[in-house]
Write a protein that binds this ligand. Structure first.
Ligand SMILES: [Zn+2]
Length: 185
């Protein structure tokens, strides 16, 4: 229980710090690519910095066309420090009409961050905005506001009563839950 509380405190602290930096600090751009501006506008600062690493690494790859607008191989033409994958070649399947990119490395499916191979193809196709399909809501600046909004609306819809009245009921309930948890722990 103690370990869990400590872990939870750490997560909240990291999130709050990230949120503070996202709102307070203006990012320093690494390139003149519009996709970087877009990433800075939508991602929290922590995720934006991870995106930036991928953008830098994307310049280490050259594009080999296998099937026009459908299949591409990305080949590493220069070695860089601490690569996430040791492999030299990555195949990416593309569907431009739906903004769908699927890379062999599977980073997006695992981390929710666009990998350097897909980013290299963005340059190839002059894509200036990250397609919706490749944006994970959880990593965006607006995520928490949207979630809070959703919760508020659900509370109102649930009972049909006045929202402020619900908020009071909610805080009383939460304090009771807190007391119960304290007793149990
Ligand atoms: Zn990849």
């Amino acid at each position: 229980m103690k370990q869990y509380v400590l872990f939870q405190e750490n997560v909240i602290h990291i999130e709050n710090q990230d949120r503070f930096l996202s709102n307070e600090k203006t990012p320093v751009f690494w390139s003149h690519q519009l996709v970087e501006r877009h990433a800075a506008a939508i991602y929290t600062r922590g995720i934006y910095l991870k995106f930036l690493t991928e953008l830098v690494n994307s310049t280490a790859f050259k594009v080999i066309e296998i099937e026009k607008d459908k299949v591409y191989d990305l080949e590493k033409h220069i070695r860089y420090e601490k690569p996430e994958f040791t492999r030299e070649m990555f195949r990416v399947h593309v569907d431009l009409s739906t903004g769908s990119f699927k890379c062999f490395c599977g980073k997006f499916e695992r981390d929710g961050i666009v990998c350097c191979h897909i980013l290299r193809l963005f340059t190839q196709f002059d894509i200036t905005h990250i397609p919706d399909k490749l944006i994970v809501d959880r990593w965006t600046i607006s995520f928490r506001e949207k979630e809070l909004d959703k919760c508020k609306k659900e509370m109102v819809l649930l009972t049909g009563e006045d929202q402020s009245h619900n908020a009071v009921r909610y805080s009383i309930l939460m304090s009771k839950v807190g007391e119960a948890c304290l007793d149990i722990s």
